[in-house]
Design a binder for this molecule. Structure first.
Ligand code: GLY
Ligand code: MN
Length: 463
């Protein structure tokens, strides 16, 4: 947890951004795996953490904009709780850690909200992503559960996105911690990519390093010799000589700030010449995209620049044909690069995705495209100092997609399907780093994890 002043400052800024009313931030509950007393690791709601910091279940924060007041609602623990979970500071003491000096039992919240409603004041809440939060809002405001998301406050969402998008120095420090642990995870796992090992050995070692460092994973590790499956969480395959292994993972710091890194390595430590060709295109797209990042640049343009580098490289290999501008404008490159270049990252890996991607990555100046590929771009708007984003281009050969497009002769003026069919068993390559936008340019977070071909070959298979 940061110092109380950090949370007080954030709530002050929030009050300035809201026109009035009362904003409720509902913390998460424990989430049971298979019976109530056997929960998944607890993860607090990120916006609650941002404004109130308390990393525990069953707390709710309220910011009353009209009365310039902040409150925390929760429980004082009972003797039963002490027997099973040990002592905890009182609610009053926990509130003080967040700079909140008014605390109440949870049972008092409905009256306070009912009073605000009676006075005709706006009650703002964020769109919930857990069923029990939906039910709490439903109860508090007398809304049917299925309408709760619809009545979430766009004004509050915009204010929270405006604040959380700009990372402060203590947030960047927390992200650096996550990156240091992630560096250790990668140095170890990359050096283990030997034939005969199993994906789960590497994934398990990565998670172990993370937990040993007092962190949790920021998201379930993707570690697969089938990198063409973008979010592949299966870890049961044996590593086979000559196959590419995609590793996409990251630690979450004790303050819950994420890292999100991807590296692709050749099992056994030597890229084939075809793998080198594809890898070099992805690396060039990634390095040039990072080089272009500075305040004032639209991330959509950086995405399109990466798409052009990918199209150019694939054209040189004979997989695409035609003018690069035309290929990218038509979206033919998306057969190989079907996702966005990156997303904001912070308290969430896909930062604030729960608040609505279009509020986070788009604005009145840049609207989301509906073209296949570009439509998945989560962040398109202008870069500002202290944004942090991932940069993660990739090239994949997805047999089902290639078959479908070839069958439809889709973009056949741009795609050499006969050549593409030679690559059906290739898998995929993705390379990802996290980039902070500075006043004048950018800085890649964390220690540098090998990504040049020689360096990747050197570290891979050294164990
Ligand atoms: N690291 C997984 C993703 O960005 O979707
Ligand atoms: Mn990512």
């Amino acid at each position: 947890m940061f110092s109380p002043g950090v949370y007080q400052r954030r709530r002050q800024q929030l009050k300035k951004l809201l026109s009035g009313g009362v904003a409720i931030f509902i913390g998460n509950e424990e989430s049971p795996m298979n019976y109530p007393a056997n929960p998944y690791p607890f993860r607090q709601d990120s916006s609650f953490l941002y404004f109130f910091g308390l990393d525990e279940p069953s707390v709710i924060g309220v910011v009353d904009v009209d009365q310039d007041q902040e409150m925390i609602f929760g429980h004082d623990i009972t003797i039963e709780d002490i027997i099973w979970m040990g002592e905890l500071p009182t609610l009053k003491e926990r509130g003080e850690k967040a700079g909140v000096f008014t605390t109440h039992p949870l049972s008092k919240l409905p009256d306070i909200i009912a009073q605000a409603v009676k006075e005709g004041r706006k009650v703002h809440f964020l769109p919930p992503y857990r069923a029990e939060t939906t039910l709490k809002i439903s109860d508090l405001l007398g809304l049917r559960p299925e309408f709760v998301r619809k009545y979430a406050s766009a004004e509050l969402v915009k204010a929270v996105v405006a604040l959380r998008s700009i990372k402060s120095s203590e947030e960047i420090e927390a992200m650096e911690k996550a990156h240091e642990v992630t560096y250790q995870m990668y140095i170890e796992a990359m050096s283990m990519a030997r034939p005969g090992r199993y994906e789960q050995e590497l994934a398990g070692r990565m998670e172990g390093i993370c937990v040993e460092a007092g962190c949790l994973l920021a998201f379930p590790i993707i570690l697969t010799i089938n990198g063409q499956i973008l979010h592949n969480h299966y870890h049961g395959n044996e590593l086979v000589e000559g196959r590419l292994l995609v590793m996409d993972g990251g630690a979450e710091s004790p303050e819950h700030y994420a890292a999100d890194i991807t590296r692709t390595v050749p099992v056994g430590g030597k890229f084939s010449s075809r793998q080198k060709d594809i890898y070099s295109i992805v690396l060039k797209a990634q390095e040039e995209a990072i080089a272009a990042m500075k305040p004032g640049v639209y991330f959509r343009d950086v995405h399109l620049q990466a798409a052009k580098i990918i199209a150019e490289g694939l054209k040189d290999l004979g997989l695409l044909k035609g003018e690069i501008e035309d290929i990218v404008q038509a979206g033919a490159h998306a057969l190989f690069f079907p996702h966005g270049l990156g997303h904001m990252i912070g308290l969430d890996v896909h930062d604030m995705e729960d608040l609505g991607e279009d509020f986070v990555g788009y604005d009145e100046k840049v609207k989301r495209s509906d073209q296949f590929g570009l439509a998945y771009l989560r962040m398109a708007k202008k870069l500002e100092p202290n944004h942090v984003l991932t940069v993660e281009p990739g090239i994949y050969f997805i047999p089902a997609l290639i078959e479908q497009w070839a069958g439809e002769k889709k973009h056949s003026e741009f795609v050499n399907y006969e050549q593409v069919k030679e690559y059906l068993n290739f898998g995929g390559v993705r390379i990802e780093d996290d980039v902070l936008i500075t006043e004048t340019g950018h800085r890649v977070l964390g220690r540098s994890i090998p990504k040049k071909i020689e360096d990747v070959e050197e570290i891979t298979a050294t164990k």
